[in-house]
Design a binder for this molecule. Structure first.
Ligand SMILES: Cc1ncc(C[n+]2csc(CCOP(=O)(O)OP(=O)(O)O)c2C)c(N)n1
Ligand SMILES: [Mg+2]
Length: 417
């Protein structure tokens, strides 16, 4: 599945502006952008790609448990993120590294999560309303729609003040479009006319399942059956991604109801570092999309507008700096104390979590006296029987282990609840 007659494209793969019936309504939004903003689009795409490659390398070197590449999907992410206003709320899936960075998320938070050091939490109030990554496919579409309903109840949209009116942007993938959650989100968004814009990044694969198997109809048509207007855009064209998302967010903020974008792009890398795409896809497909690379075509466009080698060298240097900084900071990360895992499960204290934390503490304490493998034996505490009375020492140790086990609830019993 590639571009169709319905695909909105403002910049061709050759780097030229496209003037067509489909592009005409959106071109003024792009023509209003100054050179600085256009150059920022490029900077963001290049820097996040470099970050992505460095994170992938760190994973291969054993420094991260997993990496989720965004290689190839930079244009729709950067374009749509620039279309949002500061007051808008954003609900990502798990591949939207560029969107998070543009909203102010320190990318080290993503790194720490994929190193296994955090549960993935950040405070959206500190990250430009960029909510948490969601690994449960499609569920963020419901969170976003619920948030949109809340915005309506608060009277925070359609007041006529675009500086204050709030819209809600959600991202999900082609595979997610087959989930009930996404379809239920469409039902509620359409029924209540919530201020939501849904961006589907059709990267052509849901792990090893090709998009053709997800749908008999182009995905942008799906939402129309729910009464939600939609466009299919060239997701490797940062200008189209910006302009269509901008126009849709403006409509959502103004109270015109939800909108849906299918962005045609391609996952150039593996699904995650645990995946090997050579097992299920052809090299020709990769080569086809490499010809439509989002960064290459935008560079051509910027050069035609007068950007010179200095600018591109400066962007590359910034990308290298970020990559080096991420590497240094990754190697400096320290492990959290294990008991921290119980702390942020719920906002308020919870009896089951408290019980598990108590068991864990007792369990850790029960290990404290055991020598590490190969370590010098720990000196026995005062009052323990002297050498030669090993039977009594073993019995004393067994007693204390029994006591620890009795004091601590069994994790199995917690699991049965
Ligand atoms: C509810 C649920 N079902 C299955 C999975 C396993 N899973 C992880 S990623 C994925 C594919 C998602 O594909 P898509 O929505 O196209 O997003 P992409 O990874 O291509 O960005 C699946 C099935 C999951 N995480 N959650
Ligand atoms: Mg996909």
């Amino acid at each position: 599945m590639s571009y169709t007659e319905a695909t909105v494209q403002l910049l061709s793969p050759e780097g030229d502006l496209v003037r067509s019936e489909l592009s005409e309504p959106y071109l003024p939004l792009v023509e209003a952008l100054d050179d600085q903003t256009l150059q920022d689009f490029h900077r963001q795409m290049v820097v996040i790609r470099r970050f992505d490659i460095e994170a992938g390398n760190l994973q291969r070197q054993g420094q991260l448990a997993l990496w989720i590449p965004s290689l190839g999907q930079e244009a729709i992410q950067v374009g749509s993120a620039y279309a949002a206003r500061p007051q808008d709320h954003i609900f990502p899936a798990y591949r939207e590294h560029a969107v998070g960075r543009i909203r102010g998320l320190d990318v080290m938070k993503i790194i720490a999560m994929l190193r296994g050091l955090s549960h993935g939490g950040w405070d959206p109030a500190e990250t430009g309303n960029f909510h948490l990554f969601t690994l449960v496919i499609g569920s963020q579409s419901l969170h976003a729609t619920g948030y949109g309903m809340g915005v309506m109840l608060d009277g925070a949209h359609a007041t006529g003040d675009p500086e204050k009116d709030v819209a809600v942007l959600a991202y999900f993938g082609d595979g997610a479009s087959s989930q009930g959650d996404v379809n239920e989100a469409f039902v509620f968004a359409a029924s209540y006319q919530t201020p939501n814009v849904f961006v589907l990044q059709n990267n052509h694969w849901a792990i090893s399942v090709p998009v053709e198997r997800q749908s008999r109809t182009p995905l942008y048509l799906r939402s129309r059956g729910f009464g939600i207007p939609s466009e299919q855009v060239d997701g490797n064209d940062v200008l189209a991604g910006y302009a269509v998302t901008r126009s849709y967010l403006d409509a959502a903020r103004a109270g015109e109801g939800p909108r849906f974008i299918e962005a045609l792009t391609y996952r150039m890398g593996a699904h995650t570092s645990s995946d090997d795409p050579t097992k299920y896809r052809e090299n020709e497909e990769l080569a086809f999309w490499a010809q439509r690379d989002p960064i290459a075509r935008f560079e051509t466009y910027l050069r035609a507008r007068g950007a010179g080698d200095d600018f591109f060298a400066d962007v590359q240097a910034e990308a290298e700096d970020l990559a080096a900084d991420v590497r240094t900071r990754t190697l400096q990360l320290t492990d959290p104390e294990p008991a921290a895992m119980f702390r942020h499960v719920y906002t308020d204290p919870h009896p089951v979590v408290a019980e598990q934390a108590a068991w864990f503490e007792a369990f850790e304490a029960s290990l404290a006296d055991e020598p590490a493998p190969g370590a010098e034996p720990v000196a026995p505490p005062p009052g323990t029987p002297a050498d030669g009375d090993e039977g009594a020492a073993a019995a004393a140790a067994a007693d204390s282990a029994d006591e620890a086990a009795e004091a601590a609830p069994s994790p199995a019993s917690n699991g049965a609840r």
